[in-house]
Design a protein around this ligand. Structure first.
Ligand SMILES: [Cu+2]
Length: 471
């Protein structure tokens, strides 16, 4: 068999042999297949040891951390997290770390799969435009984190220098239909969550361990919407989950699924069954397997839940195929529930005057409105205001919202039920009144009326006070 890959592998192998003091002579040589998250290299099918050549490049660049937010990432392989590496227990791994000439920093690599001082760090310290080679034998099977360990170590990790290496056991892992690479990490930026522009790293926030962003696969939204991972009913899915930290421990959970098996902490002998949430320590991992019984969208979160809904730690697994109504019925009935005494009470003290001493500027309302939206509206109207067809009307591009400011204020303070038409589609649901002070209502409405392309004017606390006085 003479595929191009095969020829390249042999050529590389021979160059390298002369440089690596003949380590692993007699072993067949192959080049590692590296993949970018959420993809995982194919399972290893050979049943013998090999010398596996890994070529990994460190690269620094400006990229997207969130919409409108840029960050200078330092990476292994040009992505955060770094390339996924897959080898077999007993393999001799010949590792070439290539630091791109455009780098400003030297880098190295500590692979937790390495037995030896520093996990490879000292042998792989590489200045910009240089390359270093070292070899190790993958003695212990498991899923391991790798990361940069060049001083200041915390900063190199915080900027994106981590990834996963899987050492498959000799006998392989039980086969599944789909495998994905998911890695959590935090970013510490000078500006708060969502502040636009290029955001420099904040050492102060990293030291106090309060990140602005907690994300899966390197940026907010990297696994959401069109970037969601996908599978079908009947599939068995395996997630290789890593946590680059640098500080936080993840409470990894998939909303609406139960992990049939968890390879605890990425080791291969302790297998826990029927797990809801598994801990993934900083610099650690877990492998989770589950079967898909019914279709829908399943949400990956760090169940330290403010990280999910307010800092970005959300991913999606979209599952197509038939619904199994016995496994999960969906909503069977909906009605109106009015407890005795009725109505929804306003939180005491939560009025305009308690929130602010003077009227808020539009910029202040936009900022406050984004937070209020995340906490009070997002669950129904969705993170990007698109709603859910048949259930929750869109706010993005809504003609109903654009048409009448006073009516929109009424919707938030009094709730809404009965038939309405939004962009030509009829909705007949129930929106509960939201217990917010006047300045909060003004902020959240100003936010939804000026986000996602909306340009519908602003609402002030005075407008809300006036609207309330009409009742
Ligand atoms: Cu580095």
């Amino acid at each position: 068999m003479k595929s191009p890959v095969f020829t390249r592998t042999i050529a590389l192998g021979s160059i390298i042999l002369s440089r690596s003091l003949g380590l692993g002579q007699g072993l067949p040589v192959e080049e590692a297949v590296l993949t970018t998250a959420p993809n995982v290299p194919p399972p290893i099918v050979r049943s013998h040891k090999a010398k596996v050549v890994v070529n990994l490049e460190t690269l620094e660049f400006n990229g997207r951390l969130s919409d409108g937010v840029e960050y200078t990432f330092w990476t292994f392989g040009g992505t955060v997290p770094g390339s996924f590496i897959r080898v077999r227990e007993g393999d001799l791994v010949e590792f070439h770390l290539n630091n791109h000439p455009s780098s400003k920093m030297p880098h190295n690599i500590d692979l937790h799969a390495v037995t030896g001082p520093g996990g490879g760090a000292a042998s792989s310290f590489t200045a910009p435009g240089k390359t270093s080679t070292f070899s190790f034998t993958a003695l212990n099977p498991g899923l391991y984190v790798y990361h940069c360990a060049t001083a200041p170590v915390g900063m190199h990790i915080a900027n994106g220098m981590y990834g996963l290496i899987l050492v498959e056991p000799e006998e392989g892992l039980p086969p599944v239909d789909k495998e994905f690479y998911v890695m959590q990490s935090e970013f510490y930026t000078k500006g708060p969550y969502g502040e636009e522009g290029n955001q420099p790293f904040s050492m102060e926030k990293a030291l106090t361990e309060i990140p602005d962003y907690v994300v899966f696969n390197g940026s907010v939204g990297a696994m959401v919407g069109d970037n969601a991972i996908t599978a079908s009913v009947g599939d068995k899915v395996r997630l290789y989950v890593g946590n680059g930290g640098p500080n936080l421990v993840s409470s990894f959970h998939v909303i609406g699924e139960i992990f049939d098996s968890v390879y605890v902490e990425g080791g291969l002998s302790a297998i826990n069954r029927n797990v809801q949430t598994t801990m993934v320590p900083a610099g650690g991992s877990a492998i989770v397997d589950f079967a898909l019984e019914t279709s829908g969208t399943y949400i990956l979160v760090d169940h330290s839940i403010f990280r999910a809904f307010n800092k970005g730690a959300i991913g999606m697994l979209k599952v197509d195929g038939p619904e199994d109504k016995l496994v999960y019925s969906g909503k069977q009935e909906e009605g109106i529930y009015l407890p005795e005494g009725g109505g929804i009470q306003q939180i005491p003290g939560d009025s305009a005057s308690a929130v602010s001493s003077g009227p808020l500027s539009k910029a202040e309302r936009m900022e406050m409105g984004e937070r209020i939206y995340a906490q009070n509206c997002l669950a129904c109207h969705q993170p990007t205001g698109v709603g859910i067809p048949g259930a929750f009307p869109p706010l993005a591009g809504s003609d109903y919202l654009a048409a009448d400011k006073s009516r929109a204020i009424g919707v938030v303070i009094n709730g809404l039920q009965g038939e309405i038409a939004v962009n030509g589609t009829t909705y007949n649901g129930v929106m509960p009144a939201v217990a917010l002070g006047d300045s909060q209502v003004a902020s959240v409405l100003t936010y939804v009326m000026n986000t996602w392309g909306n340009d519908y004017g602003e609402v002030t606390a005075m407008d809300v006070t006036q609207k309330r006085s009409e009742h």
